[in-house]
Design a protein around this ligand. Structure first.
Ligand code: SF4
Length: 354
């Protein structure tokens, strides 16, 4: 059975055209049906009341629409909402919706768990379970449109569970669905792919013509410290990553989680400035989420502000972000980790990065 929600709008048209022709349907049906996938989504073909009942039944049998089942939703005092979705095979993923004025940014997952084991990350401790399909990635946005069609997500960031560039084929197609006018229609500049820097897929992302934004998890100003915090440094080294970013045709954001006594000294701010300035990069400074890593301490507020000022004084645009949703476990992977602990699900063996 073809899963239309795993296909780009062009792919869905290609799958549907011969099927409709075989049923002698008028040509306008194709547009009508494709519009119900993403533009005016429906939960099931039964809800597409602009289509004849017999056709709805046939569509339901030939092209069932997969859904994500909402397991848990939590809302923080600051308005941040966190969703834990159950997948068809019983796995779970999460998305976080962050409202800010007119902007509604949805942080989505690209894998169940993550193999990369960054020491400050709850998802990393969970290990890798599997890649998400294109449909499961894009459905995190689609489900929220179905929930509240009047206020859909305006921005999407791939900063939930998983490393998107280790699931490139699915993410590549999901980017098309999110951005395409016949898909979810979200502007490329409102879609951010966040990565630790998987160089081969980074090159593929760079080749796409759309202006998708790129955020790179740096978290350390030297290869030595990065190696301690992020095991991926073994495979894709900081100097090679910086060189690849230098060739990226768009402005890059560097993500930097401030960890007390680890990477938050003013000397390290100077080192970071010397990497960020030649790239013209924006630096996002993030407070360490207290539940993200039991052995690490967040930087003090005073130190975070001093670090930000130091970068600015060195000619680097740096912004200290507020930690959103502190009362609802909004660090990546944390809600799932907490629920599993409560349910006593035995974690699977951690996958390794070669
Ligand atoms: S920070 Fe990102 S890449 Fe690192 S372990 Fe967590 S999910 Fe994986």
């Amino acid at each position: 059975m073809t899963d239309l929600l795993s296909l780009t709008p062009d792919g869905a048209r290609a799958a549907l055209s011969p099927w409709l022709a075989a049923r002698a349907q008028p040509p306008y049906r194709l547009k009508q049906i494709v519009s119900r996938l993403w533009q005016r989504p429906i939960g099931s073909w039964e809800d597409a009341t602009d289509l004849p009942a017999a056709l709805r039944a046939e569509l339901g049998a030939a092209f069932p629409l997969g859904r994500l089942a909402l397991d848990t939703a939590q809302q923080s005092r600051d308005g941040t909402e966190k969703f834990l979705w159950k997948l068809a095979d019983g796995e779970a993923i999460e998305s976080v919706l962050i409202p800010e004025g007119k902007r509604r940014t949805l942080c989505i997952s690209s894998q169940v768990g993550c193999a990369l084991g960054c020491v400050f990350c709850a998802t990393g401790r969970m290990g890798f379970r599997r890649n998400l399909t294109t449909a499961e990635i894009a459905a995190q946005v689609r489900e929220l449109v179905l929930r509240d069609p009047a206020t859909p997500p305006t921005n999407v960031v791939f900063m939930g569970m998983g490393e998107p560039l280790l699931n490139w084929d699915a993410v590549d197609a999901a980017l098309t669905i999110l951005n395409h006018p016949d898909g979810l229609g979200i502007g490329a500049r409102h879609i951010t792919v966040s990565t630790v820097g998987i160089l081969p897929s980074l090159a593929q992302l760079a080749r796409r013509p759309e202006q998708f934004r790129l955020a790179v998890s740096l978290h350390a100003p030297s290869a030595e410290l990065r190696h301690e915090l992020m095991p991926i440094e073994k495979k894709y080294r900081l100097p090679d990553l910086l060189q690849a970013l230098g060739q990226f045709r768009r402005r890059v954001t560097l993500e930097y989680v401030l960890i007390g006594g680890k990477n938050d000294s003013l000397a390290q701010a100077d080192e970071l400035a010397s990497l960020a300035r030649p790239l013209g990069a924006l630096v996002n400074l993030l407070p360490l989420h207290p539940g993200g890593a039991p052995d690490l301490m967040p930087s003090s507020r005073a130190q975070m502000l001093a670090f930000e000022r130091r970068l600015n004084s060195r000619g680097v645009e740096a912004v200290l972000r507020r930690s959103r949703g502190l009362d609802i476990s909004a660090a990546c992977g944390q809600l799932r980790v907490e629920l599993e602990a409560r349910r006593k699900v035995r974690p699977q063996e951690h996958a390794r990065v070669e």
